[in-house]
Ligand binder design. Structure first.
Ligand code: SF4
Length: 465
């Protein structure tokens, strides 16, 4: 297994062959394959099953969708509100949703992971944050070692927010930054001085947050390899984040029409965009960060890097995690959960979400109950993403099948990737090469039965590279 960086095998021909739409595998099967036959009553049945596992920890994602204005590059599910006010109503609805969940789940499942994402969670005032935190933890108490994380936008997050969050017990904080280059910030219409982010990082550290994450985005207008390397160096030197997520900008204006505001002529594409990432990865690895999965980097003393070394990393809707939980509930509009062998997706539109809860119904309108075959393929895909290898002996022991036979088709599809030295195929398993780790999504895709079944009009994904 190699988590080091080696870009020598990369070339534009590889990119031309493998840069295509493909899933990011925060779930398997992926969200476009969830069906409307999974509704609130199906979810209720699954929660009832999960309720009996009182000794297993629970993970909770809470979606807080409000932002004051929409960033042109945004790919998240947001509700734009220039003014405060709608969040108060939303908090009431969230509390009712927590009640609906607690009615079925009971109060004996403790949370080992609580994550607030958005939107901008700190659109809520410090007092509202405190109230929501209380509503959650009185129904679902935290374990002593719980990971309690929040995503914040430094532009709207005050020092009062940080102090309140620290006092409540939040121990991980993630700040969106995208790029430090003022020209890029102007092009995407989100001005965020590095100094402002540094003040927030320093204060979070002073308050005792254990881990500070910075989110960067590559593929934005006007970025060049040199400018983005500069950005990465200043992030490392001035912010010294414990973790960094360096996401690929997904330009999907047919799904996110506000992205049409970006000048497509200024968007780096193909090899140019790819070089942004490889250059950034090079800077992080040179500075001692471990390269985790698709696009994450972690300092060697961070829990994520330690978990990587000890083969304990998992992947779920929140990305990479070191806190395995048997069930994960999603709370809030658009939130997705993973409960008792099923995925449950909440309603996407705020009025319909609210109507469902007001009627006493869990606000789920899509989902999927995983079959045994889904579980097998999900485990294989996550194993490849998290450990960069697949041990056939492990598959045999865990699932009582012969992977060479069962996945003969997928292994045949991997042959060209083996010829391109992206993956090494052997009798006892496969291993992703240092070159191949830039094409992890492609290497997983042959194991995705849904993808192979989809026709040209099937679900659309962002590009793999
Ligand atoms: S702050 Fe984040 S979630 Fe809100 S619009 Fe900007 S990118 Fe999207």
């Amino acid at each position: 297994m190699s988590f080091t960086l080696d870009v020598r095998g990369l070339n534009p021909n590889l990119l031309a062959r493998y840069d295509r739409p493909g899933p990011r595998y925060t779930s398997y099967p992926t969200a476009p394959h969830f069906g409307a036959d999974y509704d609130s009553s199906a979810y209720r049945d699954r929660l009832a099953k999960a309720a009996s596992r009182t000794d297993d920890p629970l993970s909770m994602y809470v979606h807080l969708p409000f932002c004051h204005e929409r960033c042109t590059f945004c790919g998240c599910n947001v509700v734009i509100s220039p003014h405060r006010g709608p969040e108060e109503d939303y908090l009431v609805t969230l509390t009712r949703e927590l009640d609906l969940l607690a009615d079925v789940l009971g109060s004996r499942r403790r949370l080992n992971q609580l994550h607030w994402g958005g939107g901008t969670p700190t659109f809520l005032s410090p007092e509202q944050c405190e109230r929501l935190f209380g509503e959650i933890t009185t129904r679902f108490p935290l374990t002593d070692d719980a990971e309690v994380a929040i995503e914040v936008d430094p532009c709207v997050t005050t020092m009062d927010h940080l102090a309140t969050l620290a006092r409540l017990g939040f121990n991980r904080i993630s700040m969106g930054l995208q790029d430090t280059n003022p020209e890029v910030q102007r092009a995407v219409k989100r001005i965020q001085p590095l100094e402002l982010t540094r003040e927030h990082v320093d204060e979070a550290r002073r308050l005792g947050f254990q881990s500070v994450n910075i989110d960067l985005i590559y593929g934005l207008p006007l970025q060049t390899e040199a400018s983005f390397r500069n950005c990465v160096r200043s992030v490392i030197d001035e912010l010294t984040p414990d973790r960094v997520a360096c996401f690929s900008y997904a330009h999907v204006p047919w799904i996110k029409p506000h992205q049409k505001q970006l000048d497509e002529n200024q968007l780096p594409g193909g090899w140019e965009k790819f070089s942004l990432f490889t250059g950034a990865a090079h800077e992080f690895v040179e500075a001692g960060y471990a390269f985790v999965g698709f696009d994450h980097f972690a300092r060697p003393d961070d829990e994520l890097a330690r978990a990587l070394a000890e083969d304990r990393i998992q992947r779920n809707f929140m990305g990479y995690t070191v806190m395995p939980a048997a069930d994960q509930v999603g709370v809030g509009v658009t939130a997705i959960g993973d409960v008792a062998g099923s995925y449950a997706a909440n309603i996407k539109k705020l009025p319909a979400y609210k109507r469902s809860i007001d009627a006493g119904r869990l606000p789920v309108d899509r989902g999927l109950i995983r079959t045994a075959e889904d579980e097998l393929r999900r485990a294989v895909i996550h194993r490849i993403i998290c450990t960069l290898q697949l041990d056939f002996g492990w598959v045999e022991r865990e699932f009582d099948i012969d992977p060479r036979e069962h996945f003969a088709d997928a292994l045949a599809q991997l042959q060209p990737m083996a010829a391109d030295r992206l993956v090494e195929l052997a009798d006892d398993g496969l291993a992703v090469t240092p070159t191949g780790r830039f094409f992890l999504r492609n290497i997983c895709m042959p194991f995705d039965a849904y993808l192979r079944a989809a026709d040209d009009d099937g679900p659309k994904y962002s590009r793999t590279v």
